[in-house]
Ligand binder design. Structure first.
Ligand code: PCA
Length: 324
């Protein structure tokens, strides 16, 4: 009996190994299943599954790997495919932080231009790490959440600030707050327990985590539009035949186009939901906006120093694309 079972299993393995059939990829996602990034990733996965012999199964909410683990997991091949917030990878290469250079691109059109001019450098950097790039999609412009009204630096001084990358940590420090890195999946808990009292993020993440239950103020700072990217382990990518690769690339292009449109469409809707749930929503006062911009300017210079010629080339291309 036992022998037969082993034989059967062996035959099944030989059959699958001998054909391109029935490859399955688990796709690691960090954000809520209902967030548009995750929903569109699920549509991407369904499109590939329907049109090829490759099945892609999404695992949202950090259920396969937590947000901070996904990049390493895909690089090591522990997950063949995953989505990661690019600007959290600044320790690997400063070029990953270009979308979070403060006040460089504050709206969707500029963020798209910045994406287009920085894409070759992004792809090259990923390839050096043996990763294949598929698509990238933005978060809406980043605002400031605070449990207290932020009329002056004194008001926010000492607040525990939830950071998602080095830039947000440094912004917080520059403004007199105390940063701690917390992934979006743990956000509601952090605010509920007082581990976090302020943050910079989009309306999207505040909405997903019902932040109005903990935070009263949302300021529409438009600091930058960070992006997620979907990447594939280099070896897993090479194992696909050309036909499957073409299906995956086509689905990725569809996902990217839909996702940019969805982010823009939802931007003001999220903020409407904040108002409907009793949050105070509006711009920072002029003096505070200037404080944010001044810290931003310092971070921009520090970034350029780290990013060197590669960073300068992207900034030059961006300026040229904007006609300046
Ligand atoms: N949401 C993600 C990253 C940027 C955003 O808008 C987060 O807060 O983790």
């Amino acid at each position: 009996m036992k022998m037969k079972a082993i034989l059967c299993a062996g035959t099944a393995f030989a059959l699958t190994a001998g054909s391109a059939l029935a490859d399955k990829w688990d796709m690691a996602l960090a954000y809520s299943a209902t967030n548009y990034h995750s929903e569109i990733a699920a549509e991407f996965a369904a499109e590939v599954t329907a049109n090829s012999d490759l099945e892609i199964v999404t695992h949202p909410g950090g259920s396969l790997f937590g947000g901070s683990e996904i990049f390493g997991a895909v690089r090591k091949g522990l997950a063949p495919i995953g989505e990661r917030l690019i600007s959290a990878l600044g320790n690997d290469d400063a070029i990953y932080e270009v979308d979070s250079v403060p006040f460089l691109a504050s709206g969707f059109a500029d963020a798209k231009t910045l994406y287009e001019v920085s894409k070759p450098a992004l792809i090259e950097t990923l390839e050096e790490g043996r990763l294949h790039f598929l698509y990238s999609c933005p978060w809406p412009p980043q605002g400031f959440y605070s449990i207290t009204a932020a009329e002056s630096l004194d008001d926010v001084s000492g607040l525990k600030f939830r950071a998602y990358n080095a830039t947000t940590s440094k912004m917080a420090e520059g403004l007199g707050m105390v940063p701690t890195k917390i992934e979006a999946a743990e956000l509601a808990q952090a605010f509920a327990t007082g581990v976090a009292q302020s943050m910079i993020s989009s309306g999207s993440t505040g909405y997903d985590r019902k932040l109005w239950e903990h935070v009263e103020y949302y300021y529409d700072v438009k600091a930058w539009l960070p992006r997620n990217m979907v990447i594939v382990n280099g070896k897993a990518w090479k194992r696909l035949d050309d036909e499957t690769k073409a299906v995956v690339e086509a689905a990725a292009a569809n996902a990217e186009e839909k996702c940019w449109a969805k982010a823009e469409e939802l931007d003001s809707w999220y903020v409407e939901q904040f108002k409907a749930n009793g949050m105070n929503v509006g711009p920072l006062n002029e003096a505070m906006q200037v404080e944010f911009q001044n810290v931003g300017e310092e971070l921009r210079e520090a970034w350029l120093e780290r990013a060197g010629d590669k960073g300068q080339a992207v900034l030059d291309a961006y300026a040229a694309a904007n006609g300046s």
